[in-house]
Design a protein around this ligand. Structure first.
Ligand code: GDP
Ligand code: IMO
Ligand code: MG
Length: 430
């Protein structure tokens, strides 16, 4: 009987999860997403081509591996269809090895409208949502009024759809939302709705399953399952900097509810971390840099959102936040990505503690959003060389290995590999 290994981002998302899942897929039989939805953007590069996945698991480029969209995920059928078509144009037929949970909830066009209405109503306090309808769709799930993928087969689906849409329109009206000006992909709500309804036919071409039975049976048969996280632990609905979070449990616990596996069936937990830190959208970011170094991280790291194209805020690695994530997730090993972005830096800093009200602490306070946090830094010498062409861990520059060892030391977690470019081939295992 095997266990589910977990791979998740330990920061504020975009750590390079998609790339590492793709690299590890040959070791697994099944790759399963357990939460989030089209707010995610997971980039995979190989053979000079770049692919961005939003809802589909990052194991899809390995045609003999099974990919599962679990019950905890939100599916937006039109975005899903576009993803399927983009894959098809690259010769990948996803209908062959992708299965969707009947229990996964649907994002309706009117959920996307509500996302925009809620953000507008929040004014300056807005979250900086990707506006894919995540918050409103999870709200309906918890309120027990959502629609699930399995429902699209029911004869009364359209009636239930109209009822829910009506409720959403009423809420938007209460929020004084300007519906006439609202667009999704340059379409009015009605125009988009037609596309959305038509795209349900694409969903029906896929095998719709009870994914909890499917996954547990795979484990019983000794198959290897990898759960692919979206977002990052610091965006978790319970433990992130609420309300500047996403609407799901992005931590390891989310695997149990998002796939239907018992806690005792969780195996390794692989945490993906950038060698520095980024955040997109609003909310606290203690190590954020507003200077030339921050600008360089953004520029050299191409830190622009894979889903929204927004520029990401950049800063130094934050160890208190990382240790918090390790505690919540039970991380067994790290993958460090994007160290190559700092190849030309003279100095690299690591925040090891916070100073709050004159006191030094390594804990994230409840008042994380409002207190002034002064990061306490230690400095490392840069390695000042290109990493291109390096394939053995011991050939990495000493200064980079020292930086990696320091991360291991302050967290107590071993680094399994270092990634040195966006390409699939550039992951250097220790
Ligand atoms: P995800 O959401 O965690 O899958 O990450 P994203 O795809 O949103 O963002 C990570 C970005 O960094 C993508 O553009 C990747 O191609 C790129 N990337 C991943 N690993 C590395 C690396 O080691 N070095 C560099 N330079 N880029 C990387
Ligand atoms: P991946 O999987 C980075 C952020 C948004 C916003 C907040 C809430 O690619 O790492 P939402 O759309 O969920 O209502 O947005 O969460 N966010 C992400 N940031 N990477 C992501 O996913 C994200 N998904 C959501 O920017 O601040
Ligand atoms: Mg991303």
């Amino acid at each position: 009987m095997s266990k589910v290994d977990v791979l998740l981002g330990l920061q504020w998302g975009d750590e390079g999860k998609g790339k590492i899942v793709d690299v590890l897929t040959p070791e697994y039989d099944v790759i399963a997403r357990f939460q989030g939805g089209p707010n995610a953007g997971h980039t995979i590069e190989f053979g000079g081509i770049k692919h961005v996945l939003h809802i589909i698991p990052s194991g899809i480029f390995h045609e003999h591996k099974m990919n599962v969209i679990g019950n905890g995920v939100l599916v937006e059928p039109y975005i899903f269809q576009q993803e399927v078509q983009a894959l098809a144009s690259k010769g990948v037929n996803a209908t062959k090895n992708l299965y969707l949970s009947k229990k996964a909830h649907l994002i309706l066009p009117s959920h996307r409208m509500l996302d925009a209405a809620n953000e507008q109503a929040k004014g300056n306090a807005k979250i900086g949502s990707t506006l894919k309808g995540i918050g409103p769709a999870y709200t309906d799930k918890i309120a027990r009024s959502g629609l699930r993928i399995g429902d699209i087969m029911a004869s009364d689906f359209r009636e239930r759809y109209e009822l829910l849409k009506c409720q959403h329109l009423q809420t938007a009206h209460t929020l004084k939302f300007d519906l006439a000006a609202f667009r999704i992909d340059n379409m009015t709500l009605e125009e988009y709705e037609q596309k959305w309804l038509a795209s349900l036919e694409t969903l029906k071409k896929f095998e719709l399953i009870n994914s909890e039975y499917f996954i547990n049976k795979c484990l019983d048969e000794g198959k290897k399952v990898l759960a692919e996280g979206a977002q990052g632990s610091m965006l978790d609905i319970d433990f992130g900097s609420y309300p500047f979070v996403t609407s799901s449990n992005t931590v390891t616990a989310g695997v149990c509810s998002g796939l239907g596996v018992a806690p005792s069936r969780i195996g390794r937990v692989m945490g993906i971390i950038k060698a520095y830190c980024t955040r997109v959208g609003a909310g606290p970011f203690p190590t954020e840099l507003f200077d030339e170094t921050g600008r360089l991280l953004c520029e050299i790291g191409h830190e622009y959102g894979a889903t929204t194209g927004r520029s990401r805020r950049c800063g130094w690695i934050d160890i208190p936040a990382l240790r918090y994530a390790c505690m919540l997730d039970g991380v067994t090993d790290f993958f460090v990505t994007k160290s190559d972005v700092m190849n030309d830096f003279d100095e690299i800093k690591m925040c090891t503690a916070y100073q709050i009200d004159g006191k030094i602490t390594d804990q994230l306070p409840f008042e994380f959003n409002t207190v002034e946090i002064k990061p306490q830094y230690v400095s490392f010498k840069g390695w000042k060389q290109s990493l291109a062409g390096i394939s053995k861990y011991d050939d990495l520059p000493q200064n980079l290995r020292d930086y990696v060892s320091a991360i291991e030391q302050v967290t107590g977690v071993n680094v399994r590999a270092v990634s040195i470019s966006p390409d699939r081939k550039d992951v250097i295992f220790k």
